[in-house]
Design a protein around this ligand. Structure first.
Ligand SMILES: [Zn+2]
Length: 424
């Protein structure tokens, strides 16, 4: 028995000597495995991490020491009644690398910093109509706001690993904003890179994605309990944003330009849409369409950009039982439900999360949305679709953006700290 173990040991050593790249990639993989076990299992001990990961306790202990040394993991006080290190609960280090998120929207931009545990450490919304300004001018203002956030973070000892930007438009897989229907002049802009150039502090990475994708990621990482792994997050803003998560991963489509639920046709003879087609969901359930139909002043303003603006008025009218507003929300809910039912029939996501303005309007939207899902989703009898309301509020997208930076480190810590691959 011992001979066999020894032989295996010798063989492993021989392999690692012959092909060092393999032992490095194994270590890289195991570092990520251990880090993710710590992140997702709620303060496990080394012995528990060994159980989750299938690695030996000795290997886990050595990898944990490396992660502690890199400033990614902290080892808490040993649990009472247990002796020595094995009982110490492990957690992500709140002083570890943090993420900077910036959201550029139609009538505000916002800045957020989340620490390595995902906790929000800084958040600021700056209202102002960005349609009246050039992309460059908006990005310069956002860069100054980001610098103030970075100064504040540095004051509390946080180091920022990277930047991610959320924008209301079509972003391809290279992070280029191709078009933002409600932000004229924002065409083919490398928003992440440009903002990185404008921020005076150095930033290791910069990326850009659609706000709806970032909001869905925020829901995946920081949303309700128990966490969902398969869902569509749909939020009503000036457009309709949808982010689809399948198997715990954001579904981007081959080009990265998919998920445009707002341009699914819901009324063949409906109004013309800004996209050039007729009867899109956005024209029935988008914010401007809702305001128009309810007879409220149709100023295109978001709840974050104009907290006392037209969306507040829409809510007040609904609360007051205004008949026209209630009929508008009934129709919008049915259209939203029909579009969502088409998505569920095709993709099979078992849960729908209402975010943004739809979260606030949920008391009036839930019933008509559910009625359509019940009628139209073929598999509903065996696999009912769960409808829930996002707890994250209007800043989900910027929080998701900041979260992508931290998540990238959790997924492959050695890519960020290559020195961890050197075995001691
Ligand atoms: Zn359209």
């Amino acid at each position: 028995m011992e001979d066999a173990t020894e032989r295996r040991g010798i063989r492993r050593a021989a392999i690692s000597l012959a092909v060092p790249a393999n032992s490095q990639s194994l270590r890289r993989h195991n570092l990520a495995l251990v880090l993710q076990s710590i992140a997702h299992r709620g303060r496990p001990t080394r012995a528990q991490v060994a159980g989750f990961s299938g690695l030996t306790k000795a290997t886990v202990s050595s990898l944990v020491d490396t992660l502690v040394g890199a400033g990614l993991v902290i080892s808490g006080d040993p649990d009472r009644g247990l002796v020595g290190r094995p009982g110490s609960p492990l957690g992500l280090d709140p002083a570890g690398p943090a993420g900077l998120g910036v959201e550029i929207n139609v009538d505000y931009f916002s800045v957020c910093i989340v620490d390595f545990t995902g906790a929000v450490r800084f958040e600021r919304v700056v209202a102002g109509d960005n349609r009246q300004r050039s992309a460059e001018s908006v990005l310069r203002s956002a860069a100054r706001a980001a610098e103030r956030a970075l100064d504040e973070a540095a004051g509390s000892g946080l180091e920022i690993a990277g930047l991610a930007v959320a924008v209301p438009g079509l972003v391809d897989l290279d992070g280029v904003l191709r078009r933002a229907p409600n932000l004229p002049g924002w065409e083919d802009v490398e928003v992440g890179e440009r903002l990185r150039d404008l921020i005076r502090q150095p930033m290791r990475t910069a990326s850009c994605d659609n706000e709806a994708n970032h909001a869905a990621l925020a829901e995946l990482w920081f949303g309700g309990e128990p966490p969902l792994r398969d869902f569509v997050h749909v939020s009503g803003e000036i457009g309709v944003g949808a982010g689809i998560v399948v198997g715990g991963e954001l579904w981007r489509g081959a080009s990265g330009l998919g998920g445009e639920l707002g341009h699914v046709m819901v009324e063949p003879d409906g109004p013309m849409c800004s996209c050039g087609a007729r009867g899109c969901l956005e024209q029935v359930a988008g914010q401007e369409a809702l305001l128009r139909a309810a007879g409220a002043p149709a100023r295109a303003a978001t709840a974050l950009g104009a907290p006392d603006g037209s969306t507040r008025e829409l809510l007040e009218r609904a609360l007051a039982g205004d008949v026209r507003t209630l009929a508008t929300l009934e129709r919008a809910g049915a259209a939203l439900g029909a579009a969502l039912a088409a998505l569920v029939n095709l993709v099979g996501v078992p849960a729908v999360v209402l975010g943004g303005l739809y979260a606030e309007l949920a008391p009036w939207l839930t019933e008509p949305v559910m009625a359509e899902l019940r009628t139209r989703v073929l598999s509903f009898a065996w696999s009912p679709v769960a409808l829930s309301v996002s707890p994250l509020g209007g800043t989900a997208a910027v929080r998701g953006a900041a979260g992508t930076v931290v998540r990238a480190i959790l997924e492959d810590p050695a890519a960020w700290f290559p020195e961890m691959l050197a075995t001691s």
